[in-house]
Design a protein around this ligand. Structure first.
Ligand SMILES: Nc1nc2c(ncn2[C@@H]2O[C@H](COP(=O)(O)OP(=O)(O)OP(=O)(O)O)[C@@H](O)[C@H]2O)c(=O)[nH]1
Ligand SMILES: [Mg+2]
Length: 370
């Protein structure tokens, strides 16, 4: 592998940051062979002229796209303008300290396919962030871990500061409208090992932030689009279908047992409550087992490796999660119907939705681990 490095840096109206960025990068990367590619979206703030004059002294160039297409698309386009097999992606506003770049690059030299500047591992952090921004950011990482399995091993999958080998993205169909480019790469790129290196996301001292509420909402759209493109949405739908089949098994078996197999109806109090409840328990447990088998061989057929022991371990896990799910459903339904006083049918529905999410996420995360 060629050891030369290309730095792809999306920039929009970052004129005041460009000179200190280029100087600090050049100092940090003395001893490395590198080029800096600034991907500008028609800032018209003098960035272009500035980079042209800096290029006499530093290995830097600026690509100006005349119609602004956004951050992620600037990075994807930047891959085409970068000449090396090792590509660094970082912001132009100095929130990603240039001095951390060498340790990320070294991680790649040592064999990692992706090296990520991480705010969420020991030694990393975010300078000057309030509680709200911290919660939003952690919440966003949590959502990604829950719904996008390939990001689970990464503590900071939304970082904009990372290094990749070119082959990771060579054949990947990246959607440049997504805002979080690293998420795209982790979900659609070809990689085996990823390493996180801590860094402090420092406060911006010049220029203005382009992050707004709309982009935070777009993040959810991005997650949805990635679920669609990677088959995770189909998995969720399969889980729903299996859940529906479980309702039929549960109801059907209960009806069979109480109508044709001698068990008494649960409503028939004169016959005692034992018989009806045994029928109910048998039918609930049977539906849990049929749901497990269908999920194991249909919904999670790509994650059911291992012998008979792991099969039964998964069955036990699934069973426990579903039982806790049922308790949660009862609790939530009571909370809304009894404590809050909502209509009973709506309360039951809310209970179903919460229990469904619980079952899906926990089983996706624990029973059929990726
Ligand atoms: N080419 C290009 N670059 C962009 C665009 N939007 C943002 N950027 C650059 O992408 C980087 C990150 O954007 P910021 O606005 O700093 O977002 P952030 O760092 O997540 O948020 P803050 O902490 O508020 O700064 C910066 O270098 C921006 O200049 C865009 O539309 N096109
Ligand atoms: Mg920034």
């Amino acid at each position: 592998m060629n050891r030369k490095i290309s730095l792809v840096i999306p920039a929009y109206k970052e004129k005041d940051n460009i000179e200190p960025l280029v100087t600090r990068l050049s100092a940090a990367l003395a001893g490395y062979q590198f080029e800096i590619v600034i991907m500008d979206d028609n800032s018209r703030d003098g960035s272009e002229e500035l980079v042209q004059s800096l290029s006499a002294q530093f290995p830097v160039k600026i690509i100006v796209r005349r119609d602004k297409k956004g951050l992620a698309s600037a990075v994807v386009d930047g891959f085409e303008h970068a000449a090396s097999d090792i590509i660094v992606v970082m912001d132009a506003d100095l929130q990603h300290p240039p001095e951390v770049v060498p340790s990320l690059v070294e991680a790649i030299y040592q064999g990692a396919d992706v090296a990520i500047g991480s705010r969420y591992i020991e030694g990393g952090g975010c300078e000057g962030w309030g509680v709200v921004r911290r919660i939003i950011s952690k919440g966003a990482a949590f959502i990604s871990h829950m719904f996008l399995p390939s990001t689970r091993k990464i503590k900071d999958p939304m970082s904009g500061f990372f290094v990749i080998k070119r082959e990771v993205v060579k054949d990947a169909k990246l959607n440049p409208s997504g805002f979080k480019i690293l998420l795209e790469i982790l979900m659609l790129g070809k990689w085996k090992s990823a390493v996180e290196v801590p860094f402090m996301f420092v406060t911006r001292s010049r220029g203005e932030s382009k992050l707004n509420a709309k982009q935070q909402l777009d993040y959810l759209k991005h997650i949805y689009s990635l679920m669609q493109r990677t088959g995770e949405l189909v998995r969720l739908i399969k889980f729903c279908i299996v859940g529906g089949s479980g309702v039929i098994v549960n109801l059907g078996l209960y009806a069979l047992l109480t109508r044709y197999a001698g068990f008494t109806s649960i409503a028939d109090i004169s016959a005692g409550i034992l018989s009806g409840n045994i029928a109910l328990t048998i039918s609930i447990e049977t539906s849990i087992i049929t749901n497990f088998i269908l999920n194991n061989f249909f919904t999670f057929s790509d994650r059911n490796a291992g012998g008979i022991v792991s099969f039964f371990k998964r069955l036990l896990n699934f069973n426990l999660i579903c039982l806790i799910g049922a308790l949660i459903q009862i609790g939530i339904t009571n909370l809304f119907a009894v404590v809050i006083g909502l209509h009973d049918i709506i309360s039951v529905l809310i209970g179903i939705v919460v229990a469904f999410l619980w079952n899906y996420l926990l089983n996706n995360f624990l029973t059929w681990k990726k």
